[in-house]
Design a protein around this ligand. Structure first.
Ligand SMILES: [Zn+2]
Ligand SMILES: [Zn+2]
Length: 385
């Protein structure tokens, strides 16, 4: 467990910056490795204070920390970086985890390559089965309709043999001056819409847009353990940019189907487990089904029917950090709908033994119910005993 940064520095949550600095200086002097040679505990305290100071002294990081705690500033890594790495090919996150994207799809994190307009991000909702979500999917393919660079003109929008020309109205600057009273303001050029160049003869394939709508096949992998609402980011698989702008990203949103046996709670699973009632009374071993094959559980004699048995590591794989969640089996006494004559006789002997005196008021009251459960001839048999 990581300690709260304010607690580490021993300051109030509303402490101003100079108080944060003062608190850090005091702790740093106290626990500095030079002052405490060979003292591991002091070294840890020193590091802890440095980390807390690193976050709380930075207004933006402090705000993120106040709002989301350690998760907001990089979780276990601690106050290093809390931006996604756009260089990564796929980046896994859940919707709640993407605090720092502006807008739902993180478009604010767009890498601007300096030139042109970046392509749009796309999203695709992928419905997958419960088991595929648990075990993952390799080589998953989807068809995505998206804007791609035009092959005819190479994306510049010009008919073959021609090229873009500097806009005569703004002389290639993309801006024109507008006079308003005493003030002069810069406005995007109306002729070239701020691009600075114009297309004298547009490419007929893309009508000068530089991009065409096309269906493309995208191949990707779903890692094991995804949950409903999680999204997979495929960097550069969104729409093509314009005029040298970077490509957008494609977000795959996982819509995981329900399973009849398992209810999911994060990476843990819950399932009902029927147990023959004599086994609950007598105790013994029971074969149970898990996602990873058959398992056996031990039933203690006299186990109540609402007991929960935990099977460690039989849950869903964690998408980060490795390992799996646990499986919780909620035991229920299995009562057979029909009984063979032999089973009925045994059950009755058992019941009689448990009930003791048949003529007690409790036994009388139960007789009507028994007749319903065991059929009309049960009364006759009962009388014979
Ligand atoms: Zn074209
Ligand atoms: Zn212009």
């Amino acid at each position: 467990m990581k300690r709260d940064y304010y607690e580490v520095l021993g300051i109030d949550r509303s402490a101003p910056l100079d108080e944060i600095k003062k608190a850090y200086r005091r702790l740093a002097m106290q626990h500095h490795p030079d002052q405490n040679p060979g003292d591991k505990a002091a070294e840890e305290k020193f590091k802890e204070a440095a980390e807390a100071y690193g976050v709380l002294s930075d207004a933006e990081k402090r705000k993120a920390y106040d709002q989301f705690g350690h998760a907001g500033v990089g979780g276990a890594g601690g106050g290093q970086s809390f931006q996604f790495d756009p260089g990564q090919f796929t980046d896994f996150e859940d919707i709640l985890g993407s605090f720092f994207g502006s807008g739902i799809f993180g478009g604010g994190q767009r890498r601007r390559s300096g030139r042109g307009e970046p392509g749009s991000d796309l999203q695709y909702t992928l419905r997958i089965s419960f088991r595929d979500a648990v075990f993952g999917l390799e080589n998953q393919q989807i068809e995505v309709p998206r804007l791609e660079g035009c092959d005819t003109c190479g994306g510049n929008g010009c008919a073959p043999g021609t090229s873009p020309q500097g806009c005569p109205q703004c002389r290639g600057t993309g801006q024109v001056a507008m006079r308003q009273g005493f003030f002069q303001m810069a406005m995007p050029c109306p002729r070239c819409e701020g691009r600075g160049n114009i297309i004298p003869s547009p490419c007929t394939t893309c009508r000068g847009q530089g991009r065409v709508q096309r269906r493309s096949t995208v191949t990707f992998r779903i890692p094991p353990g995804v949950d409903r609402g999680m999204r997979l980011r495929l960097v550069g698989q969104g729409e093509a940019g314009v005029g040298g702008g970077s490509r957008g990203d494609l977000y795959i949103i996982c819509d995981v189907q329900e399973d009849p046996r398992y209810q999911r709670d994060g990476q843990d699973l819950h399932a009902k487990q029927e147990v023959p009632w004599p086994l609950l009374a007598l105790g013994g071993r029971l074969k149970v089904e898990t996602l990873y094959g058959d398992d056996h559980i031990k039933i203690e004699p006299g186990t109540p029917s609402d007991t929960v048995v935990k099977r460690p590591n039989a849950g869903v794989p964690r998408t980060r950090g490795g390992g799996r969640g646990d499986l919780y089996l909620h035991l229920r006494a299995a009562v057979p709908k029909t009984l063979s004559p032999e089973q009925e006789s045994l059950a009755r002997q058992m019941l009689d033994a448990l009930q003791g005196d048949e003529d007690s008021p409790a036994a009388e009251a139960e007789e009507g119910l028994l007749a319903k459960v065991f059929g009309s001839n049960s009364k006759k048999k009962k009388k014979k005993n």
